[in-house]
Design a protein around this ligand. Structure first.
Ligand SMILES: NC(=O)CC[C@H](N)C(=O)O
Length: 333
């Protein structure tokens, strides 16, 4: 332990950053989540020069298998670690498929200003020009930096820093996949130093009303996807399965197709909370825009993607079932 270096804990959860392929040119069809956290750290000895690093293997999964229970376990561990004076920051290695969802969940439930940085890779560790090692090196630097304190949960990949709320995976395979769409990234990591140009304005971490430390399950919230010719089948099935909340990934500006509206309205009358969002990927779904939310007693999803609206609705339902209160939360977080 070097006293002048920050203490960074790496929580490993799997993904491509811990993946291996048959050959150096295998960049699809490899196996995710095979390399353990100690091997990940040993593969990048440079990080021991910038931080006192310790590692914990929290899970070893491909992130398409990430569940609410995994999130609760991870969030609780992070809150315990960040409560310790000898931990300055946390890096989470993670598969990229649901990395943005884990990031937003943690952004709402981590109760510390200390840096929490998610990192993954698009190429397995065995590939030519694997992006995992430099991404991990940058993430550790960011998590150990003073610049990252109080900025909410961050995603560090491809030399760029993004905020948890706005970032999304935008390309199936390229290394520049993480983008904050039209809102833009927060900064860069270059030469081992973070450069911040923007900051997230929505409340996060220590400023939220959510606390998962005593929870072992989260309320069931599902997403129903709209498209031409869509009917009520998926919505009815999700409600019958016991969903307490439904996010409607509407077309355009969160529009409700004629066959969908009565199904959602009937669900609301049974007590299910309905959030109107959009499958478009950019822009705001405002209250009483394409649908009369006041009359239907629905919640407008602001500019959250359907998958992120699901997370906020789950956490909202741990506190209230008032649509007025939930709408406030969607305007706050
Ligand atoms: N690039 C990746 O990390 C994708 C691998 C895998 N599907 C996962 O999300 O864990």
């Amino acid at each position: 332990q070097q006293a002048k270096l920050p203490n960074v804990t790496i929580l490993a959860t799997g993904g491509t950053i811990a993946g291996t392929g048959a050959t150096s040119t295998t960049t699809v069809g490899y196996t995710a989540a095979t390399v353990g956290v100690q091997a990940l750290i040993q593969a990048v000895p440079e990080i021991t020069r910038v931080a006192n690093v310790s590692g914990e293997q929290v899970f070893q999964i491909a992130s398409e298998n990430m569940s609410n229970e995994h999130w609760l376990t991870l969030a609780k561990r992070i809150n315990v670690l960040l409560g310790q004076a000898n931990v300055d920051g946390i890096v989470i290695t993670h598969g990229t498929d649901t990395l943005e969802e884990t990031a937003y969940f943690l952004n709402l439930v981590v109760k510390s200003k200390k840096p929490v940085v998610l990192v993954g890779s698009m190429r397995p560790s065995t590939a030519l020009s694997a992006d995992g090692p430099i991404n991990l090196y940058n993430a550790v630097q960011l998590a150990g930096s003073q610049e990252a304190v109080g900025r909410g949960v961050l995603v560090a990949m491809n030399d760029q820093i993004n905020g948890a709320r706005d970032v999304t995976k935008s390309n199936t395979t390229t290394t520049d996949t993480f983008k904050a769409s039209e809102l833009g990234m927060l900064g860069y990591i270059q030469g081992g130093k973070p450069y911040f140009y923007r900051t997230a304005t929505r409340r996060h971490t220590v400023e939220t009303e959510f606390d998962v430390m005593n929870l072992s399950v989260l309320p069931q919230v599902e997403v129903a996807y709209a498209h031409a010719n869509v009917g009520p089948v998926a919505i009815d099935a999700l409600v019958a399965s016991g969903a307490r909340g439904l996010v409607h990934a509407g077309v355009g500006n969160g529009s409700l197709p004629a066959k969908v509206r009565p199904a959602l309205s009937a669900a609301r009358k049974k007590g299910v909370i309905i959030v109107r969002s959009a499958r478009v990927g950019q822009g705001i779904v405002a209250r009483n825009g394409e649908a009369n939310d006041d009359e239907l007693d629905f919640v407008a999803g602001d500019n959250l993607s359907p998958q992120k609206a699901r997370i906020l609705l789950m956490l909202a339902l741990t506190k209230t079932s008032s649509t007025k209160e939930i709408q406030r939360m969607f305007s706050t977080y």
